[in-house]
Design a binder for this molecule. Structure first.
Ligand code: FAD
Length: 361
């Protein structure tokens, strides 16, 4: 994508987002160029692969969350949400997705961030941690509770301007995700007009569940691109690295381990293609959970093998060992691998039955 060629290799998520928006590349990720119509998986995959090829993992993470989750959730709102959506599609504004709370992130319905909803005014109080784009955001799309208890209707999306009195952002203490602006956000009795509620009150959790499926698909598309380019780089190195009378690639043990990774990535790619439509059109949350479980496991295996096959050089700055640590986010962000495996276990019999149907047809 030549639109990205002008940017330096270390460009931040915000810089890349602006370039993509100005070139009209954000809207083309959605069917008919309309965010509410949902993503076109092929075009989304192509865009994420282009960003991944050229920029740090953190920068791709920043773009991925906005494309897959933030813009589609904003599309369910009017007023400030519609305005943030329009500026987001144009690359002029960055909105961060603030779902993970100060407590355990995996236990979403225990989140403590509160919104007091009155007709004319709302008030938001709470803490969100490990939020991508936090330090670069113009706005935060906050998942908050308006009622105590775990019932799925107790949660509502709220759009909080980063400049509102009572909002404090602290960068996360990590060097792993350059370009992503990861940070923690405190909302201290932030008072806003009632029109900052996004979508209908009480629809926060169903809406999140619906859109997190797209984020999981996006993660899978990105994971395939990341594994592919890392394997290609590893293969080049193995073909050049002298060993005995030849090179490392001549060793059968090395070739077999590498081939195992190729098999793993091809399997993930096949699963991504099989489930693309089920997730984007059918809103199949079970398929999204299974895909996310496959991503976490595949990325871990493939990048660990690539790092090992690069020997000491893998520890060089920006090398395969650092990439492996960054890529561990595929097994954490947007739902840890254990949680999505639990969802697969819940549906285990249905998955097996589905397999029988597929293999007979
Ligand atoms: C780089 C990065 C970017 C992120 N960006 C965002 C963002 O933009 N927006 C946002 O809202 N959040 C974001 N997150 C937060 C992310 O979604 C959470 O980290 C994730 O949901 C897990 O929550 P947690 O970190 O609190 O882990 P915890 O819930 O504390 O879990 C810790 C560990 O306990 C185990 N565990 C937890 N639950 C179970 C279970 N049910 N069964 C078995 N084992 C379990 C797992 O091993 C898990 O890794 C980001 C995180 C990272 C690292």
């Amino acid at each position: 994508m030549h639109e990205l060629d002008e940017l330096p290799a270390g460009a931040s998520g915000r810089e890349v987002w602006r370039a993509l928006g100005r070139a009209g590349l954000i809207e083309q990720v959605y069917r008919d160029g309309a965010v509410p119509a949902g993503v076109d998986a092929t075009r989304l995959g192509r865009l994420l692969a282009a960003v991944d090829e050229r920029f740090p993992v953190g920068t791709t993470l920043s773009v991925c969350v906005q494309l897959a989750t933030v813009l589609p959730v904003l599309a369910s709102g009017a007023g400030p949400a519609a305005w943030a959506l329009a500026r987001g599609v144009g690359g002029e504004a960055v909105t961060a997705l603030a779902a993970t709370d100060g407590g355990t992130g995996s236990d979403l319905t225990a989140l403590a961030t509160e919104v007091r909803l009155d007709e004319a005014e709302i008030e938001v109080t709470g803490v969100k941690r490990w939020i991508t784009n936090a330090t670069a955001a113009d706005e935060f799309l906050v998942l908050a509770r308006h009622r105590p208890g775990r019932h799925f209707t107790n949660f509502t999306w709220v759009l909080v301007p980063a400049a509102a009195p009572g909002v404090t952002v602290t960068p996360a203490d990590t060097s792993l995700f350059a370009g992503a602006g990861v940070g923690h956000v405190r909302f201290d009795r932030v008072r806003l007009a009632g029109r900052h509620v996004v979508g209908r009150r009480g629809r926060g959790l169903p809406s999140f569940a619906r859109h997190i499926g797209t984020e999981r698909l996006a993660g899978a598309l990105w994971a395939v691109a990341l594994c592919r380019r890392t394997l290609a780089a590893t293969r080049r190195r193995l073909a050049e690295r002298p060993h005995g009378d030849g090179v490392l690639w001549d060793l059968d043990g090395v070739r077999q381990r590498f081939a195992g990774c190729v098999v793993d990535v091809r399997q993930l790619d096949a699963l991504t293609r099989e489930f693309g439509d089920r997730i984007t059109r059918g809103r199949d949350s079970g398929a999204a959970a299974l895909l996310k479980a496959a991503v976490g496991r595949t990325v871990d295996r493939v990048l660990a093998e690539c790092a090992q096959l690069q020997g000491a050089d893998g520890f060089g700055s920006g090398g395969a060992q650092a990439l492996r640590a960054q890529a561990a986010v595929f097994g954490i962000g947007g739902g840890v691998t254990e949680v999505v495996l639990s969802a697969v276990a819940d549906d285990a019999l249905a998955w097996l039955a589905d397999l029988g149907t597929t293999s007979r047809s």
